[in-house]
Design a protein around this ligand. Structure first.
Ligand code: FES
Ligand SMILES: [Fe+2]
Length: 357
């Protein structure tokens, strides 16, 4: 099982999901209540009433202005988690307080910090395409019944596109073309690149770009452990000019594929997926096509990982895997995740200087 790195930022929801309705999510085994104040601030509190643990995200719990009132006996909490009302007595017990989690709203995501260390100046990594007028975005979220490490493995090795996603995004060249992997251990970032100079154009790109014939296809992965995965995808008609020194690349189509991989429990994961494109921006047909097609591709992964987790659950302890070249990026990611999880624990055990909570 992949250990949790607690003192890190995780995506709890899309910004559009957080509003004046109460939303419950479980992140790293912590039940979290999300809502927005009347002036639009996203709030993340523990989703368990301190009285008898009723979930505050569940009806008849409700918002009263910026406060949340438990639907069972009426305990009422402010945005800082402090209880401001209990029924039948004036005195509110001092310990009546919900954990309040630091929140950052950025690039269409609501990020939360679950750990007991103060995030300080730590900020979540960026995915600016999701909120940029130069891109059109399709997105969604699928829960998976698997250890989040299985989704990290899946995304770090795209050679599976040829087999699992054949006829959608996979062509023979993906599995045939070797990768290059670079690891920045200090920053916790893994880069995996695969550049195909002359490849078949899969339907995903043929339909959306209108390219007929073979393509140059670049896949440049940038994984910011633990939660954010970016795939910079570039396709252009085979033989098209490479990007210019100033970064301009007029002959190519660019797709930024973004995943937020959020561990929910040890064996459940939120798979936030988004596809941002810099072409056919106002073409609704292309938008609809990419949404439907990418959802199908995501579900192929979801189904496979559900099956894989079930199968791993029946393995004997100490079972073996066998890794090959295509796994280099995934193995690097596992090493970084293990280190982040261990660091979080060691520092949490030490007296936390400046800890907020
Ligand atoms: S469980 Fe919330 S008020 Fe009793
Ligand atoms: Fe996949």
């Amino acid at each position: 099982m992949t250990a949790f790195a607690r003192n890190q930022w995780y995506v709890a929801a899309y910004a559009r999901e957080v509003g004046r309705e109460l939303l419950g999510r479980t992140v790293l085994d912590e039940p979290i209540l999300l809502y927005r104040t009347e002036d639009g601030q996203a709030v993340a509190l523990s989703d368990r009433c301190v009285h008898r643990r009723f979930p505050l995200s569940q009806a008849p719990s409700r918002l009263d202005g910026d406060r949340v009132m438990c639907g069972y006996h009426g305990f009422t909490y402010g945005t800082d988690g402090r209880c401001v009302f209990v029924p039948g007595q004036q005195r509110v017990p001092r310990t009546a307080r919900l954990a309040a989690y630091p929140v950052v709203e950025q690039d269409a995501f609501v990020w939360v910090w679950i750990g007991d260390r103060d995030p300080g100046a730590t900020v979540p990594p960026r995915a600016p395409w999701l909120n940029s007028s130069a891109y059109t975005v399709v997105s969604g979220m699928e829960p998976i019944d698997c250890d989040y490490g299985l989704l990290v493995d899946n995304l770090m090795d795209l050679s599976h596109e040829t087999y699992l996603h054949g006829g959608y995004i996979g062509t023979p060249e993906v599995a045939e073309t070797p990768i290059t992997t670079e690891v920045d251990d200090g920053a916790g970032i893994v880069h995996v690149s695969r550049h195909m100079d002359d490849a078949a154009c899969p339907p995903f790109y043929a339909e959306s770009t209108g390219i007929e014939g073979r393509i140059t296809r670049w896949q440049d992965i940038e994984y910011h452990a633990p939660c954010l995965y970016l795939l910079h995808s570039r396709v252009a008609p085979a033989g098209a000019a490479a990007p210019a020194a100033d970064g301009s690349d007029p002959e190519a189509f660019h797709v930024e594929v973004v995943y937020a991989i959020t561990p929910s429990t040890q064996k459940t994961t939120y798979d936030f997926w988004a596809v941002a494109r810099d072409f056919a921006l106002d073409d609704q047909k292309v938008t609809d096509y990419l949404h439907a097609n990418n959802h199908t591709v995501v579900m192929q992964d979801v189904d496979a990982l559900n099956v894989l987790q079930k199968s791993l659950d029946t393995e004997k302890p100490g079972y073996q895997e066998l890794s090959i070249n295509i796994d280099t990026g995934g193995l690097a990611a596992r090493r970084i995740l293990a280190r982040l999880a261990q660091e979080g624990e060691t520092r949490a055990a030490a007296p936390a200087a400046g800890a907020a909570r």
